[in-house]
Design a protein around this ligand. Structure first.
Ligand SMILES: Nc1ncnc2c1ncn2[C@@H]1O[C@H](COP(=O)(O)OP(=O)(O)OP(=O)(O)O)[C@@H](O)[C@H]1O
Ligand SMILES: [Mg+2]
Length: 328
């Protein structure tokens, strides 16, 4: 648990902060390199006193987060949607690696690939086009049981509900269904007791599939690339989250904003980070994921970074994020 008070999760403050972001400009020192740091070398520390006096990349002091307590029993799961309609911001990478890190802390995790691209499935070493049954069949065919489609992965305590291109048809087909926004919630319900966390990897859109994920979720994690253009869509995303909360899912909460692809050597990354923290305050996780080629490498390896390069800065960062998520 963080030694400081957990962040306030006020939807109004997130909404107004997002609105102010739309009008924001950022100085264009984009390519300027401010210091000599190697991105791999900068990791958020979580090991006690040394952290107290140091400022993290968010500009706030690192906070000590104690080792999460072991669970005596599992479930019911907290469902978290990994959501941002902007493409390539680290949703899938964060789903795999946060999931794997939570599992290292003894949590049982189900990862739901809710993107027809199937990148989450690929990232766990599964060939989506070879699958007979995926999340598509679970949500569209009542006769298909979710437990028969969930598969174990090569990571202990991490299961996967895979997806492939078939899911792209669901967006259109669901429109005609009764209770179309609640479809994912309905199919997940029978397995929630078996897990501690269900992480839903959303596709880069705010369409019906993403609304389904938000309706099924207790919370949203917003991965945000530390790049100027990634700030532009955040107001719309938060507006969508607020609408889903008002109309479909009153318990929906923004668990945190995760800054990804941060490059500590560029002023641009730092400026974007400063703006995000200014706008969203404590909603921004202390953990920041640096830009490193290690992540694309893990996709090729079909493994989370915590397994493929367990001592790397990237693995450490996702473990720290897991601690923060458990603490929030
Ligand atoms: N911290 C990082 N540093 C460098 N590369 C990264 C990092 N995180 C992710 N990547 C790479 O960036 C690309 C996009 O990442 P990812 O697939 O996780 O994003 P996404 O938001 O899920 O994309 P999409 O919107 O297409 O689903 C991938 O090639 C991934 O390996
Ligand atoms: Mg993705």
């Amino acid at each position: 648990m963080s030694t400081s008070k957990p962040p306030a999760r006020s939807s109004e403050s997130a909404g107004s902060a997002a609105a102010s972001l739309s009008n924001m400009t950022i100085a264009t020192e984009g390519d300027a390199v401010s210091d000599e740091l190697d991105p791999e070398a900068v990791v958020p520390a979580h090991n006690g006193k040394k952290t107290k006096d140091r400022l993290g990349p968010t500009g706030r002091p690192f906070r000590e987060i104690a080792e999460p307590p072991l669970l005596e029993r599992h479930g019911p799961a907290q469902v978290l949607a990994m959501c941002n309609q902007k493409g390539g911001v680290g949703k899938t990478t964060s789903t795999i690696n946060l999931g794997a890190a939570l599992a290292e802390y003894g949590r049982r995790v189900l990862l739901v690939d809710f993107d027809p691209q199937g990148a989450l499935s690929v990232g766990l070493g599964i060939q989506p086009h070879e699958l007979d049954h995926t999340v598509y069949n679970v949500i569209m065919e009542r006769s298909v049981n979710i437990s028969d489609v969930i598969r174990s992965t090569n990571v202990e305590n991490v299961d996967l509900l895979p997806s492939n291109i078939d899911l792209s048809a669901a967006e259109v087909q669901l429109v005609a269904e009764v209770g179309r926004e609640h479809t994912l919630m309905r199919v997940l319900r029978p397995v929630l007791d078996a897990y501690d966390y269900v992480l839903v990897d959303c596709q880069p859109s705010l369409g019906l599939l993403t609304v389904n994920a938000l309706t099924a979720a207790d919370g949203v994690i917003i991965p945000l690339e530390c790049e100027f253009f990634s700030l532009r869509g955040v107001a719309l995303l938060i507006d969508t989250i607020e609408k889903v909360r008002e109309r479909l899912n009153p318990k929906l909460d923004i668990v945190g904003i995760l800054a990804t692809m941060f490059d500590p050597r560029t002023l641009h990354s730092k400026e974007v980070m400063a703006r995000v923290v200014e706008a969203f305050g404590e909603t921004v996780f202390d953990t920041v994921i640096n830009r490193t080629v290690r992540f694309p490498e893990t996709t090729v390896a079909g493994e989370p970074i915590t397994k493929w390069a367990p001592k790397s800065a990237g693995a450490t960062a996702y473990r720290t994020l897991a601690r923060e998520v458990i603490a929030r």
